[in-house]
Design a protein around this ligand. Structure first.
Ligand code: GLU
Length: 484
């Protein structure tokens, strides 16, 4: 790769950034970083009707959270600015005038009704509608009020895409398209070509939705006599069912919602990178340094990659387990359940040490740990005994007195314990033998009494952290409840 890769992420501020969109940014960022080049953030705000206030800030916040810092962009100086298209209208106008002067653009005088009727005719004749077949012989002079169309020179193209490989298209893919709209703003088709050229972008890395338009862009590069950058088309990120493109309408989540749920940015980056890319081995988790070193556009798969939130949680769980305890505490800070804030730090830290094995994102922290800070509700305990989930308990159909028997035996044994984890393990294993019970019976019975939950962390650790006095109290309360 050349030493000076310049890539850009060019979102339109039309809503929040979702995972599909931000994967494009990540790939472009990686190519810039590994080529020791620049990553540009360009805001493509030329469709004023679709613009949503606050989107640009949201896009910037999302990229910053993920660590995808840009070298040039609307909030930074750079020799290629401005980096918001709405601030570059004079530039597009000048280039448009050059095309007019060269006879390669003309004012489009058709009304919407006329255009619709031409389209209907084409449908009736079972022909594709191509505007170039209806070019006016004597177009009016372009006064900036009528839309301006590019006068194409249709032909076949063969080109190389960094991801998709060798591609080709026939002349039917090239048509006269609008380059400046009647409101004076350029279209995406025109503005991005000019900007990529002026900003010296080396690789245009973008989503598959623009692939069908590439022949038009190639035709425009020729008319403008500018070199085409390298093109890299990223296949769609598909929704969970794997058939449709992941879209906001189908529940694609805002990038920052993952931040709010306590996902780690490094986990999201690793997950996003492996949505449609791998390094040729089975490795599934990558640090950002490894990604910068190993990422290759040529190894991005050509077909869509399925978004799977369960895999994202698995990746996040992996990164959570790698965190040093102080960092873990810092990250967990905003996610503790009510009641945890007033409690001593050492206790909280032990709880965290215990649940980190199971934690898939920090938003799960309250559910997994609430019973360490608050006695479980009586009704919850009773419900769990009446409708246990553990298979063995379901089969046994225990009555209250059967539970009481086990709880009493547990209470007697634990009363003798130092509550050191090893001692707890030793005693409870002995008790299993004495009672001729099984871990899958006795342990959930104890677990329900102390945690009011079936999914608490590992039992001996849980008892040890809760402490002797609290555990004995909870066992006694459960017995009293069942005996009522
Ligand atoms: N503004 C386009 C979008 O948001 C960018 C496409 C491109 O990267 O060229 O989809």
């Amino acid at each position: 790769m050349s030493q000076k890769a310049r890539t850009r992420f060019a979102p339109s501020p039309t809503g929040f950034l979702h995972v599909g969109g931000v994967r494009t940014a990540l790939f472009a960022w990686l190519v810039a970083r590994q080529g020791k080049g620049q990553f540009i953030l360009r805001i493509e705000d030329t469709d004023k009707a679709r613009e949503i206030a606050g989107s640009e800030k949201h896009i910037q916040d999302s990229l910053r959270w993920l660590g995808l810092q840009w070298d040039e962009g609307p909030d930074k100086s750079g020799s290629f600015g401005p980096y918001r298209q709405s601030e570059r209208l004079h530039i597009y106008k000048e280039w448009a005038e050059t095309l007019v002067a060269a006879g390669r653009a003309y004012a489009d005088h058709f009304t919407v009704e006329e255009l619709n009727s031409l389209r209907t005719q084409a449908v009736q004749q079972k022909k594709p509608f191509l505007f170039r077949n209806h070019r006016p012989n004597n177009p009016p002079a372009w006064d900036g009020k009528l839309p301006l169309r590019f006068k194409s020179n249709p032909k076949s193209y063969q080109w190389q895409d960094e991801v998709m490989g060798d591609l080709s298209a026939g002349p039917e893919s090239v048509d006269d398209f609008i380059i400046i709209k009647s409101d004076g703003y350029p279209t995406y088709n025109f503005a991005h070509v000019i900007d990529d050229y002026l900003m010296e972008v080396s690789h245009v890395i973008r989503s598959q939705e623009f692939l069908a338009s590439v022949p038009k862009f190639l035709n425009l590069y020729e008319a403008l006599e500018i070199n085409q950058p390298k093109l890299a088309t990223l296949p769609y990120v598909l929704g969970a069912e794997g058939r449709k493109k992941l879209s906001k309408r189908d529940g694609a989540k805002d990038v920052l919602s993952y931040k709010n749920q306590g996902f780690l940015p490094e986990a999201l980056v690793s997950f996003l990178a492996t949505l449609g890319w791998n390094d040729g081995t089975d490795q599934e988790i990558f640090s950002v340094y490894e990604l910068v070193e190993k990422f290759k556009l040529s190894k991005v798969q050509k077909s869509g990659a399925q978004f799977d939130e369960t895999r994202l949680k698995w990746v996040d769980g992996y990164f959570i387990r790698q965190l040093p305890i102080e960092e873990l505490e810092k990250q967990a800070q905003d996610f503790w359940p009510p009641g945890a804030q007033g409690v001593n730090g050492q206790y909280r830290s032990s709880v965290l040490g215990l649940v980190r094995q199971r934690l898939k994102c920090f938003a799960e922290l309250p559910e997994l740990t609430v019973f360490f800070f608050k006695e479980p509700e009586a009704q919850k305990i009773l419900d769990l005994y009446t409708h246990p989930q553990d298979k063995q308990l379901v089969k046994l159909k225990y009555q209250n007195q059967d539970y009481v028997k086990l709880l009493r035996a547990g209470l007697r044994e634990l009363d003798q314990s130092s509550f050191d984890e090893e001692d707890l393990a030793h005693r409870l294993n002995n008790l299993l033998e004495k009672l001729e019970s099984k871990p899958a019976i006795l342990f959930p019975v104890l677990r329900i009494a102390v945690s009011g939950s079936q999914i608490s962390p590992e039992l001996f650790g849980t008892l040890s952290v809760l402490g002797k006095a609290e555990v004995l109290d909870r066992l006694k309360s459960a017995i009293a409840l069942l005996e009522k």
